[in-house]
Write a protein that binds this ligand. Structure first.
Ligand code: NAD
Ligand code: DAU
Length: 349
């Protein structure tokens, strides 16, 4: 039986990765390690919590002793590392939190693996990263695996740094590593601080839809389950030491995307056409707002045969359906500190 450690599995993407691995590989034992920060939510994975090949571990990746003990005890065959502070706006408010978890936490995890893995035979440390490490594109061009790093926000600087450490551990200690850099994910279970679920929640509550700047910034959107499928393929078939870009060839300006979402929401909520669009409100831009991200995902397609399975329009509808069917989830997650966060971030904009 293979033992696989997945970090951040109570978060958005991690929960979909954990579900896929637990269900698809009954002969693996999946350990989900998560500190349950504001972004971690065990409700995301309650459907698999009783499976015999699943164990949840509540721990902080910064806890040196806990990581060493766990790696010593379980002798994992592989690690898929997703735990991170993930929101750009929060990184602008509190860069140190991103340095601690994304850089120090990753190095702490790498150390636990390096110190406890007797040898590196058949081991793999798979680090999940972002396209934001490549910086910002102009109107044309794509990020390739060979594009130079040029991170521009505290979040992307912390992710870039962690990527460098992962590669340094391969170069210095011979640790088998692989990295993937993915574009913007959307889908069920995403915390409503990110654009799509934030707008879904606000439309439901007739609140303004805050569009930063002119809404002309472009992101490349991928359905979260397709990202989880890509992670599965890379974990099992990716070449050690390689980087794989993951993306949907699916670019949308923020304003076009939000207008599309408004149409779907009006239809699903049975509201007259144009109702939700009236909520669109242009607000002060994000500091240092990257203009455009676009991933060239040719390498993963050619080498590993992975392609997105869902068209965006279908994925968006599925996402809206999920949020409308899971009102309790949204209510729970937006109670408590969420309102303070929201008011603080948006009151001055
Ligand atoms: P998320 O914020 O939804 O989830 C992060 C999870 O990590 C949470 O469950 C949280 O509790 C946990 N966590 C945070 N700090 C921790 C710590 N110190 N110790 C243990 N657990 C901790 O994030 P997400 O959007 O699911 O992103 C997951 C990973 O994928 C991140 O590494 C992110 O950089 C990367 N990524 C995200 C996207 C995206 O569009 N969301 C795209 C590309 C890459
Ligand atoms: O590209 C991958 C990255 O995508 C991941 O690494 C990050 O973890 C993830 O958060 C995401 O980063 P973005 O900053 O692109 O996502 P966000 O949903 O915060 O914003 C998407 C775009 O929408 C961005 O251009 C900012 C804009 N925006 C966002 C919010 C929350 C708004 O205009 N209004 C908003 O209220």
């Amino acid at each position: 039986m293979k033992k696989v450690l997945i970090t951040g599995g109570a978060g958005f993407i991690g929960s979909h990765v954990v579900r896929l691995f637990v269900n698809k590989y009954p002969d693996y034992h999946i350990f989900n390690l998560d500190a349950l920060t504001y972004a971690g939510n065990l409700e995301n994975i309650e459907d698999i919590e009783d499976k015999p090949n699943y164990t949840f571990v509540k721990a902080d990746i910064n806890d040196e002793k806990a990581m060493l003990n766990l790696f010593e005890k379980e002798a994992f065959d592989g690690v898929i590392h997703l735990a991170a502070e993930s929101h750009v706006d929060r990184s602008i408010e509190d860069p140190l939190a991103f340095l601690k978890t994304n850089i120090m936490g990753t190095v702490n995890l790498l150390n636990a693996a390096r110190k406890t893995w007797k040898n590196f035979d058949d081991k793999l440390f798979y680090h999940i990263s972002t396209d934001e490490v490549y910086g910002s594109l102009g109107e044309t061009g794509f990020f390739l695996e060979t594009t130079s790093y040029d991170p521009k926000s505290p979040y992307s600087a912390s992710k870039a740094s962690s990527d460098h450490f992962v590669r340094a551990y391969q170069n210095t200690y011979g640790m088998p590593v692989v990295i993937s850099n993915c574009s913007n994910n959307y889908g069920p279970n995403q915390f409503p601080e990110k654009l799509i679920p934030l707008c879904i929640n606000n439309i439901q509550n007739n609140r303004p839809l805050p569009i930063y700047g002119k809404g002309e910034n472009i992101r490349d959107w991928l359905y979260v389950v397709d990202h989880a499928r890509a992670i599965d393929v890379i974990f099992h078939s990716g070449r050690v030491g390689e980087t794989y870009n993951i993306g949907g060839f699916n670019e949308w300006s923020n304003i076009d995307l939000v207008k599309e979402l408004c149409k779907v929401m009006d239809e699903k909520l049975g509201r007259p056409k144009g109702t939700s669009e009236k909520l669109i409100t242009y607000v002060t831009d994000r500091a240092g707002h990257d203009l455009r991200y676009a991933i060239d995902a040719t390498k993963i397609k050619d080498e590993l045969g992975w392609e997105p399975s869902l068209q965006f329009e279908e994925g968006l509808r599925k996402t809206v359906d999920w949020y409308l069917e899971n009102e309790a989830w949204l209510k729970n997650i937006t109670s408590g500190d969420y309102q303070n966060y929201y008011n603080k971030l948006y009151q001055d904009r």
